[in-house]
Every structure is written in structure tokens, then in C-alpha cells.
Design a protein around this ligand. Structure first.
Ligand code: SAH
Ligand code: DHB
Ligand code: MG
Length: 231
């Protein structure tokens, strides 16, 4: 095998090789997670779930936070949901929001197979609607929020996240780098423009402190924004 740092290899190949090496050590295979990926693919869902190492990152961040109530926006087949739900203590809860009925049904089966039915509530509908409903219910604040749905509405999800959080809550936002396109002010991609609008909102928001981590691997070159709610 070539050295990871070998300049003759394409950077993308090195990212994937290193990810494979690290996953072998730190993210061992797991039947429920593997089945969630396989069943999502079989059902024809887009293969855009977080990678195993990214799922483990979400899991660890939620655990480090001591999160008891987690909100996820964008369920897909429930892959990241499983990672997050496994970070919860007894009686902890993930509420995950999904707009596509079919995605929610696949997720429900994947979550049940992982033995996490009692910890996960899937709410089906446009997230802007379900978020407004949840704000009206005035439940306890969320300790940890993962935003991973339509990128055009990321700013609005962040604003709802602020309303549904408390001082000390953590908000994580996926897909904020998009192969570096985020730095292109002239981009016409509405998803990247959505992320740029979100970045500007975070920069203006006095009640939070944030940074962005760039990531590479099997999901390409992308990143997460990590937000701490100060208020
Ligand atoms: N978090 C998942 C991946 C989510 S993909 C994982 O890493 O495993 C994004 C999901 O957001 C898709 O399932 C899509 O249907 C959903 N979505 C997109 N727009 C939405 C909206 N307006 N309201 C609710 N869900 C939406
Ligand atoms: C897309 C969405 C995601 O949430 C992701 O992690 C990767 C890609 C997409 O819409 O293309
Ligand atoms: Mg994503």
C-alpha cells in the first residue's frame, strides 16, 4: 500500500484510505447501522447520510454535551438518528423531522431494528411547519440540535433551533462547505447560497459562538458548523 501522504495518489483516494484505516480501528461495523444503510439503499433513498466517522462525531458531541433531548432536522433513513439516539441516557429522546413520508417509513424500520423505538419520535411534514408546532407545544429545551435538511432553509432552521434551545445548547449544521463552493460569493447553487446566508446570520447573531470544521473522506470535501448557544 502507498503512503497516505504519497503525492502520486489523488487527494480523494488518500481521504478514503485514511477513513477506511480509522473506521477499522475506531468505528467498528455494527449490524443495525449496516442494515440502515443497506435498507435505505434498497428503498431507493438518496445515499447522502453522514459517514460512519461523521455519525460517531455526532454521537460523541451529543454525549460530551450530556444531551437528554436531541432535535434532528432531516431524518432520511435514520442513520444519523441512530448514532444520536445511542448517545442518550435512559429516558432521553430524539425528535427527528422529515418531510418525505417514504423516508420516514424507512427510518422507522431502521430505528426499530436498532432497538431505539422508545427513544425516537419521527415527525413527518415540512420542517418549517413541524418546528412551528413544536414551539407552540412549549416542551423543554433541546440540548443538542442537528440541522441536515434542505440547505435553502438552513437559516430558518437555525433561528427555530435558537428558539427551541437554552443557554449551553449545541447546534451542529451539516454540509456547510460543499467542495469549497461556500467561499464563492458568485455561486448560483441555491443550496450553497442557503449556507452562505446561514453563515452571515451566525456571524451577526450575538447569542452564539461558532466555528466550522472542514471534513474530507468518502463523502467528499464538506464540513460541519458547530454552534454554542450563549444567550
Ligand atoms: N440526517 C440524515 C440525512 C438527511 S438528508 C443522515 O445523515 O442520515 C436530508 C433529509 O431532509 C431528506 O430525507 C429530505 O427528505 C429531508 N428534507 C428536505 N427538505 C425538508 C423539509 N423542508 N422538511 C423536512 N424534511 C426535509
Ligand atoms: C445532500 C444533502 C445532505 O444532507 C448531504 O449530507 C449530502 C448531500 C444533497 O442534497 O445533495
Ligand atoms: Mg447532510
Amino acid at each position: 500500500m502507498k503512503y497516505p501522504g504519497n503525492t502520486k495518489r489523488k487527494p480523494e483516494e488518500t481521504w478514503v484510505a485514511v477513513e477506511g484505516y480509522l473506521d477499522g480501528l475506531l468505528t467498528p461495523t455494527d449490524a443495525a447501522l449496516d442494515a440502515a444503510v443497506a435498507e435505505s439503499e434498497k428503498a431507493g433513498l438518496p445515499q447522502i447520510a453522514v459517514s460512519p466517522s461523521q455519525g460517531k462525531l455526532l454521537h460523541l458531541l451529543a454525549k460530551m454535551q450530556g444531551a437528554r433531548r436531541i432535535l434532528e432536522i432531516g431524518t432520511l433513513g435514520g442513520y444519523s438518528t441512530i448514532w444520536l439516539a445511542r448517545a442518550l441516557p435512559a429516558r432521553g429522546r430524539v425528535v427527528t423531522l422529515e418531510g418525505e413520508k417514504k423516508h420516514a417509513e424507512v427510518a422507522r424500520r431502521n430505528i426499530a431494528r436498532a432497538g431505539l423505538n422508545g427513544k425516537v419520535e419521527i415527525r413527518v411534514g415540512p420542517a418549517l411547519t413541524t418546528l412551528a408546532e413544536m414551539a407552540g407545544e412549549r416542551k423543554a429545551a433541546f440540548d443538542f440540535i442537528f440541522i441536515d435538511a434542505d440547505k435553502e432553509n438552513t437559516t430558518e432552521y437555525f433561528q427555530w433551533g435558537l428558539r427551541l434551545s437554552r443557554s449551553g445548547s449545541v447546534i451542529v449544521v451539516d454540509n456547510v462547505i460543499r467542495d469549497g463552493e461556500v467561499a464563492d460569493g458568485a455561486t448560483s447553487d441555491p443550496r450553497v447560497r442557503g449556507i452562505r446566508r446561514f453563515n452571515e446570520a451566525v456571524a451577526r447573531e450575538k447569542r452564539v459562538s461558532a466555528t466550522t470544521v472542514q471534513t474530507v473522506g468518502s463523502k467528499g470535501y464538506d464540513g460541519f458548523t458547530l454552534v454554542l448557544v450563549l444567550r
